[in-house]
Design a protein around this ligand. Structure first.
Ligand code: PGA
Length: 234
């Protein structure tokens, strides 16, 4: 088995931190044998870093300061003690029209600021149906395939928040394809999209799947704890 540390991300999206998130036995704390990182709203970043969780932002802007109402800068994210930042989540691509070019600038800027970028890529339902998945992923990776130090999350758009998923072997094959495009073969590649405590073991047993980015199921602490336990055991 490859020696890549498992990573479980809790993407809370535009939701309040789950009740009990900061209790001493909360499943949201990172542990020695796996990375657990929470991605709260921008407003909650400082609250979470102050309680010593490993924290990432859901978005960061490459410019250091200026007339960008409503945005936050990578530098600021680092300054409040975050270690990670999501780049190119499909909801940002969709609702904020983020292009691959903008997203690649975010990835580079995050690394320059000392943050680990977690680049999200994935095909939508139409693209999958047309057999274009590999083409879409290759395009989304094109500008950053030489970058070292990032994490990639394969998140098929049709699987996010829908309860639908590819089979674990299908996802594994897609991860292997993604890895074949990356210069750094040790890059961790996470699966995201309706991962939960019932399917986590199957996904995390796949040799190419190095962890998960969890949305809905990360808002329920006991459900999330089960996923973390599976990741620790796998
Ligand atoms: P989901 O979201 O687990 O609710 O499908 C995953 C994500 O958007 O990162």
């Amino acid at each position: 088995m490859p020696n890549r540390k498992k990573f479980i991300g809790a993407n809370w999206k535009m939701n309040a931190a789950p009740v009990g998130w900061d209790a001493s036995d909360s499943p949201y704390f990172s542990m020695s044998n796996i990375d657990v990182v929470v991605f709260p709203t921008s407003i909650d970043l400082r609250m979470c870093t102050q309680k010593k969780l490993s924290v990432g932002a859901q978005y960061g802007r490459p410019e250091t300061a200026g007339a960008f109402t409503g945005d936050i800068a990578m530098q600021e994210i680092r300054a409040v003690g975050c270690t990670h930042v999501l780049c190119g989540h499909s909801e940002r691509r969709q609702h904020h029209e983020e292009s691959d070019e903008m997203i690649s600038k975010q990835v580079i800027s995050a690394l320059q600021c000392g943050l680990i970028p977690l680049l999200c890529i994935g095909e939508n339902a139409d693209q999958r149906e047309m057999g274009e998945t590999k083409e879409v992923l290759a395009q989304q990776l094109l500008a950053v395939s030489n970058v070292e130090g990032m994490i990639v999350a394969y998140e098929p758009v049709w699987a996010i928040g829908t309860g639908k998923t590819p089979t674990a072997p299908e996802a594994n094959e897609t991860h292997a394809f993604i890895r074949s495009l990356l210069k750094d073969k040790n890059t961790r590649i996470l699966y995201g999209g309706s991962m939960n405590s019932a399917n986590a073991a199957e996904f995390l047993a796949q040799p190419e799947i190095d962890g998960g980015l969890i949305g809905g199921a990360s808002l329920k602490p006991e459900e999330f704890r089960k996923i973390v336990d599976v990741a620790r055991a796998s």
